[in-house]
Structures are given as C-alpha cells and as structure tokens.
Design a binder for this molecule. Structure first.
Ligand SMILES: NC(=O)c1ccc[n+]([C@@H]2O[C@H](COP(=O)([O-])OP(=O)(O)OC[C@H]3O[C@@H](n4cnc5c(N)ncnc54)[C@H](OP(=O)(O)O)[C@@H]3O)[C@@H](O)[C@H]2O)c1
Length: 285
C-alpha cells in the first residue's frame, strides 16, 4: 500500500533513523518529527514534535511512529500530543518487551493511553538494543575499554535497532497490523559472551567488569553519572535478575520475512564505530 502520510517521531534516535531508512523509497509521504526541525538534515521534511509539552503538527496522518524519549516517564503529555489526531491514525508505539506484564513501566502507561484513547495501534516490543554498546555504554568503553554493570551473568535478548525500525515501518504501512509485534529472539546472552562475540567480529578487546549494585553506584558516581541515569541502568541491568523472566521468541521472521540480525552480524556492520571507541580508550590510556 503506497501513498500514505506518515509521521516519524524521535527521527534522530536509534530507532527513528532506522524507521526512516526502512521507509525511504517506499512511495509514502514521510515527515520527520523532532524538537528542533532547524537541525534536520534528512531527506524528508521535518516538523516540531516535543513530547514533553505535547507540541506536534496538525494531521492528518495515516500512521505514526511514536517513541518515548528515555527521560520522559509521565504519560500525560503523550495524551495531549495524541489528542489532536483522528483515532483512525495507526499509532505504532516503540514499547519494550514485557510491557504487557509490567504495568509500572512508563511504556505500559503510554500503551494504556493509546488504547484508552481509541487509536488504531500496533505496539512494537523489542528486547535489548545492540546499539546500547555504541550509545549509552560507549562512554565507558571509550574511557576504560570495559562494560561496568551490575548485571552478573544475566542474559539479554539482543536485537538491532535496524530490525526494530524495519518492524515498525512494516507496522505503519501494512494493510493491517497486529495489536503487538515482538522484536526479540527468545535467547539470552550475557555481557561476557556478548563482548567475546563483538571482539571476534570487530577485532576489539573489550571486557566485562560485573559489579555489585553498590560497587556500580560508586563507580558511576566517581565518573560523574547523574542519579536518573544510574536508576535506569539499575532498572535495566539488575531488576531482571530479581524477577527471573522467561524470554519469548519474536515475530521478526514472520513480519520481515528474514531472520533477525545477529550480534556477530551487527558487530561486523558496526566494526568501525566499535574500533573507534577502542582507539579513544588507547589514546586516553
Ligand atoms: N535501549 C534499549 O535497549 C531499549 C530496549 C527497548 C526499548 N527501548 C526504548 O526505546 C526508546 C528510545 O528509543 P531510541 O533508542 O531510538 O532513542 P534515542 O536514540 O535515545 O533518542 C532519543 C530521541 O528522543 C528524541 N527526544 C528527546 N526528547 C524529546 C522530546 N521532549 N520530544 C520529542 N522527542 C524527543 C530525540 O530527538 P531530538 O533530540 O532530535 O528532538 C531523539 O530522537 C525508549 O523509550 C526506550 O525505553 C530501549
């Protein structure tokens, strides 16, 4: 189905960029949403979207990729943002795996708002982004060559933002979309093994340094990390150790007609960026 009008929020983010890449050349009219459109250098037009205040463009849109900026936990501005749109607009929301069982998550609260408001929707629920290695965790890698986290031997369900973005683009443009799409593999890989895989593929020598919760908090504070960042790191890397969740295989194969990208494939594709982090670390050492 071509010729739909689509809004992509978080267009500068890990997943938003991949949604746009997946939609490029599709024949749809794509609009990028970001806080400061003057900074936009992409191929499609850009408009102001600020999900902290609820500011956004007038519609109509046939479908929208909606993401939750990591610093926003309150669902109220999302309600204000969405309220201007026709309820037939398909909201493809970037949620997180397990949101259907964890009502305390901000993602679960936004899922509820979308559904309560009566929007057509598809909830994209991904596992743990491989891109965390080159974004959130990159500072530590370029400083010390290590991943320092209170995750013990906990396994993570690693997925690439490219697959998450492609699944979201599919959900925005398919004739019909399911209520939810899981972008997961069903397999847990811990940080020690993940870094071995990355090192083999990218020729790096990164190491995992597991810490206790207290040891991690001390380490992060010594490195000048803010409390909200520390809280998110603990929620992502320690809380699942306590809840002992079972992982579930996802829908990528069915939706995209191919297997999800693997960690070795992702590391080979991102080898230059990973090696640059290592080079920074060696220069600083
Ligand atoms: N990391 C993971 O492993 C993981 C796993 C599952 C789900 N998730 C979820 O994925 C989401 C993050 O997605 P991402 O990694 O693609 O994002 P990201 O790379 O962290 O980028 C953040 C995006 O949010 C935008 N943004 C920030 N403040 C905004 C505001 N007030 N209004 C509108 N846009 C704003 C930024 O755009 P501008 O600054 O240009 O406006 C940027 O595009 C989070 O909800 C996270 O919980 C993450």
């Amino acid at each position: 189905m071509t010729g739909r009008r689509l809004l992509v929020t978080g267009a500068t983010g890990n997943v938003g960029r991949e949604v746009l890449a997946a939609l490029a050349g599709s024949g749809h009219e794509v609009v990028a949403g970001l806080r400061d459109p003057a900074r936009w250098d992409g191929d499609c037009p850009a408009v102001t979207v600020d999900l902290a205040t609820g500011a956004g463009p007038d519609g109509p849109f046939d479908a929208m990729f909606l993401m939750r900026p990591p610093q926003l936990a309150d669902p109220a501005p999302f309600r204000a943002f969405l309220n201007r749109y026709d309820r037939a607009t398909r909201i493809v929301f970037l949620s997180v795996a397990g949101a259907e069982r964890k009502s305390y998550l901000p993602h679960a609260k936004i899922e509820a708002v979308i559904s309560e408001m009566g929007f057509a929707h598809c909830l994209v629920r991904p596992g743990y982004f491989m891109e965390n290695l080159t974004t959130t965790l990159a500072g530590e890698l370029s400083r010390s060559g290590k991943i320092v986290l209170p995750a013990g031997s906990l396994g993570f369900d690693w997925v690439s933002a490219r697959d998450v973005g492609a699944a979201a683009a599919w959900a925005m443009t398919a004739q019909t979309a399911p209520e939810a799409v899981r972008v997961t593999t069903g397999t847990g890989v811990g940080f020690a093994e993940a870094l071995e895989i990355v090192n083999r593929a990218a020729g790096t020598t990164f190491r995992y340094d597991p810490k206790s919760v207290l040891g991690f908090v001390r380490h992060a504070r010594r490195n000048g990390e803010a409390w909200p960042f520390i809280a998110v790191m603990l929620m992502l890397h320690t809380l699942p150790r306590l809840t002992r969740e079972t992982m579930q295989a996802g829908d990528v194969g069915e939706v995209l007609g191919r297997a999800p990208e693997t960690l070795p494939e992702w590391a080979a594709r991102n080898a230059d960026g990973l090696r640059a982090l290592q080079a920074d670390q060696r220069r600083g050492a």
